[in-house]
Design a protein around this ligand. Structure first.
Ligand code: GLP
Length: 240
């Protein structure tokens, strides 16, 4: 695992962004997956600015969603789809055909999983996966006690994930399930960037980095992934 610890959130976002830019400059048709949640906001801003300044060209890239709350679509502020479109995709000069995102409102969630799996395999697996880390160590909606042999799947949300969910929405929503890329999908990526900031993540970062691998802390399962880069700010790294 490569640990990159920066003084603050902006520096962390910039370092992650420079990695992404470098990667795309070497592989123009990168299949990129970036998590929703709050962590990547700074990264989005940095990449949008870089695109405007001609430092990176996303026109040949493909984008796939990491996860979504079941029952929520783009019209719900705080859904993963809304976050990605309003803060990233819609602000880049890219076309809708380049993007494949989970529809949390799909009637048939199994076919939704198959649709996303197919998009990924049709494009030769994910090149660059940018993940956040949940307070319980989840990555995407791969929750504690995660099965290792899954591609896209529907999961029952962990109680901690449900509690934390209130921060994303204008009003508390009764979210019970998520739809997510699985550990197999994640492990078949070429390169993984994990990001964490703020002191509240310090304990789960410590467990991820300093303790044994366990499915109880899904992020710890990435430890031996050959090309893993863990970007942290000082506060999140404070217990290492
Ligand atoms: C959320 C999302 C993930 C995200 C993680 C961390 O529930 N399902 O995609 O990476 O949890 O979220 P945050 O960045 O808001 O701390």
């Amino acid at each position: 695992m490569n640990l990159i610890i920066k003084d603050n959130y902006d520096e962390m976002s910039k370092a992650t962004g420079d990695f992404v830019i470098d990667y795309i400059n070497k592989k123009a048709d990168t299949l990129l997956c970036i998590a929703g949640g709050e962590t990547p906001y700074g990264l989005f801003k940095y990449l949008i600015e870089a695109s405007k300044n001609g430092k990176v060209d996303f026109s040949k890239c493909k984008f796939v969603g990491l996860d979504e709350w079941v029952g929520l679509g783009r019209e719900t502020r705080g859904s993963c789809q809304e976050t990605l479109y309003n803060n990233f995709f819609d602000l880049l000069p890219i076309k809708e055909e380049q993007i494949c995102f989970f529809n949390g409102l799909a009637e048939n969630l199994e076919s939704e999983c198959k649709r996303v799996d197919k998009f990924i395999s049709d494009n030769g697996n994910i090149d660059l996966m940018v993940l956040g880390i949940g307070m319980n160590g989840h990555i995407g909606f791969n929750e504690p006690n995660v099965p290792l042999d899954t591609y896209c799947h529907v999961v029952d949300l962990d109680p901690i994930t449900k509690d934390v969910s209130v921060k994303y929405f204008d009003e508390a929503l009764d979210v019970k399930q998520g739809i997510s890329l699985g550990m197999k999908t994640i492990n078949e990526s070429d390169t993984i960037l994990l990001m964490a900031n703020e002191e509240r993540k310090a304990e789960i970062v410590r467990k991820t980095v300093n303790e044994e691998k366990t499915p109880l802390v899904p992020s710890s399962l990435l430890k031996d992934f050959p090309k893993l880069y863990f970007f942290l700010d000082k506060a999140a790294a404070s217990k290492l």
